[in-house]
Design a protein around this ligand. Structure first.
Ligand code: UDX
Length: 464
């Protein structure tokens, strides 16, 4: 099938590469010259396990271009995968989606049928809005268009994007026309029937059941995306709330999570207590859902509470450090992990950013390590590194690529991202170099016994 994808961010690029691998004829459009230059050289602009080798494999069957007019007229299916960044009030901004729909409608040929699919995460009612935008462009052009609109929300998890695309739990399609549903069923046929040869890096999981393609109306499909993300976000916030109480009563939250997770109705996934969620989805999507609710005058106290608990986790860890050291002023703190989660260099809404800012504001000196996210974190925290006359923060924030440089003369270490690499650290070697060997394990990566045996004063989340 001839496919045009608008936007080559995480969602657009992953989708493009996977669909090309499934032998579809894919062209992807992006306005960002920097990204296009990289893609033309066959290089992935995002860090995602497996994407580079798959991109190299499909390089000759995928096209990247800045022009919608280049690729849309000949396409049968057009996927919109552009960003919907938060506005100041938290609502998702759909201007790029609407602009993409407009540009598409301007170049559609009058005698052809197209299926236009919104993959971006959008407020409920956006599909309807896209249909209106397309209809109005066609009426300006004096034509009767033949475009079916569908919603096909993306459940991509960073770090597991390709795995999730080849072996999804489900595919959700919201559309009012049978034609759009049929086109999407044909698009996803190799995945729905698992007829493709798995790429070597992504073998088919054993006992993987065929994924259902659920069809529904567009508004419900849009709501499914927000409800799924909000539910996962509140599951994590729930276990973090329980973790706080575990600390008060000397219970171990990892044991509690294991015990409740064994109840099939609850399930064991997304019950890891720690520093809570960051990234490009949960913070943004929970805020956007509250924005949608506010427009209807409807209150969502559970979603509000999930956000409060989540951001409190970041403050609590700074308090723990303060309690352990007596003061933060003049202390040196080593940070293990800057990315919002392992296997990505993404630092958007990462807990590390808020924690570093709070430590610097309290007078501490911070030295930070991450296996791959230092460049992005340096950029995100660049404001902190600008020296001013009153507040000489410049030399109080530094980054190191050698994790064993972190503890030198440090008063404490804080583990923020649970990279596999940190599981394998020589704890004894770290502890030995520190002024005071305090370890705040913000993701409960180490067992308290192991860390204490290595010489650390160990403080986890929700354990004693
Ligand atoms: C999420 C959804 O999983 C995905 O389906 C949706 O399309 C986009 O949002 P993502 O943001 O990439 O994906 O990451 P995810 O793996 O869900 O983790 C989000 C955050 O929750 C991370 O900061 C992670 O550290 C945290 N988390 C996750 C926990 O604190 N505890 C857990 O048990 C699980």
């Amino acid at each position: 099938m001839k496919i045009a994808i608008i936007g080559t961010g995480y969602v657009g690029l992953t989708t493009a590469v996977v669909l090309a691998y499934l032998n579809h004829d894919v062209a992807a459009v992006d306005k960002d010259e920097g990204k296009l230059n990289l893609l033309h050289e066959g290089k992935s602009p995002i860090h995602e396990p497996g994407i580079q080798s798959l991109l190299t494999e499909v390089q000759h069957t995928i096209r990247f271009t800045p022009s919608v007019a280049d690729v849309v007229p000949e396409a049968e299916l057009i996927l919109i995968a552009v960003g919907t960044p938060p506005k100041k009030n938290g609502e998702a901004d759909t201007q790029h989606v609407e602009q993409a729909a407009k540009e598409v409608a301007q170049v559609c040929l009058p005698d052809r049928h197209y299926t236009l699919v919104v993959k971006s995460t959008v407020p409920i009612g956006t599909n309807q809005r896209v249909a209106e935008v397309v209809a109005s462009v066609f009426s300006e052009r004096g034509l009767r268009g033949n475009v079916s609109i569908a919603s096909n929300p993306e459940f991509l998890q960073e770090g597991l994007a390709l795995q999730g695309a080849f072996y999804p739990d489900r595919i959700v399609v919201g559309a009012n026309s049978d034609e759009a549903i049929d086109t999407l069923r044909r698009l996803y046929k190799p995945i729905l029937e698992q007829t493709f040869d798995p790429p070597s890096e992504f073998p088919r999981p054993s006992a993987y059941p065929l994924p259902p393609m659920m069809t529904t109306d567009p508004n419900s499909a849009e709501m499914i995306k927000y409800a799924a993300n909000t539910f996962l976000a509140l599951k994590i916030s729930f276990i973090n709330e329980i973790a706080g109480l575990c600390e008060e009563v000397e219970a171990d939250v990892t044991e509690v999570a294991r015990g409740i997770g064994l109840d099939a109705r609850i399930g064991s996934r997304f019950l890891q207590a720690g520093l809570g969620w960051g990234g490009s989805c949960y913070p943004k999507d929970t805020a956007a859902l509250l924005g949608v609710a506010a427009q209807s005058g409807y209150r969502m106290p559970i979603t509000e509470a999930a956000r409060t608990v989540n951001f409190r986790q970041r403050e609590r860890v700074v308090e723990k450090l303060h309690n352990a050291l007596g003061t933060l002023n003049g202390k040196t703190v080593g940070i293990l992990g800057l990315a919002f989660k392992p296997n990505t260099d993404d630092v958007r809404e990462a807990p590390a950013l808020d924690i570093v800012r709070a430590l610097i504001a309290a007078g501490a000196t911070v030295r930070a390590h991450d296996p791959i996210a230092i460049a992005n974190a340096r950029r995100a925290l660049s404001g902190l590194q600008t020296p001013t006359t009153e507040n000489q923060t410049n030399n109080r924030l530094s980054f190191t690529e050698d994790v064993y440089e972190l503890p030198y003369d440090a008063d404490a270490l804080v583990l923020i991202t649970e990279w596999d690499f940190y599981h394998r650290l020589e704890l004894r070697r770290l502890a030995k170099q520190m002024k005071t060997p305090i370890l705040i394990d913000g993701r409960n990566v180490y067992s308290p016994e192991e860390a204490r045996a290595a010489g650390f004063h160990y403080i986890g989340i929700g354990r004693f």
